[in-house]
Write a protein that binds this ligand. Structure first.
Ligand code: ZN
Length: 113
């Protein structure tokens, strides 16, 4: 006669199957500038160089009155503080240029600041 000890598997603490954690896999996400390209690097929200591109796009949107200055700055601020500052400078420059243009319609526009 054999006495079988009723060991149920449910009693064992290793019921939870260890889930493989994807540590280094980065979920691709779209570049914030809207180009449609994916970013696969761990850091960053732009493709290389696309932060500047995004900046000028926002500046253009403001110039075309598609966005207010505040909206554009908020957008840039989503990316980074640095980009926001960059856009602020860009918008200031654009505003000054527009002002200069309005004051002197035939001013030479090739003058570098
Ligand atoms: Zn992009």
């Amino acid at each position: 006669m054999t006495t079988t000890p009723a060991t149920s598997a449910a009693d064992k603490p290793q019921a939870t199957t260890p889930q493989p954690k994807a540590k280094k896999v980065v979920e691709p996400r779209p570049c914030l500038c809207g180009c449609g390209e994916q970013i696969t690097s761990r850091k960053g929200i732009f493709r290389p160089g696309h932060d500047a591109r995004h900046c000028s796009q926002l500046a253009k949107a403001v110039a075309n009155k598609e966005l207010t200055k505040a909206q554009a700055l908020a957008q840039a601020g989503k990316a980074s503080e640095a980009l926001r500052n960059k856009l602020a400078t860009m918008l200031d420059n654009a505003a000054q240029r527009a002002k200069a243009k309005a004051a002197a319609p035939k001013a030479n526009e090739n003058v570098a600041p």
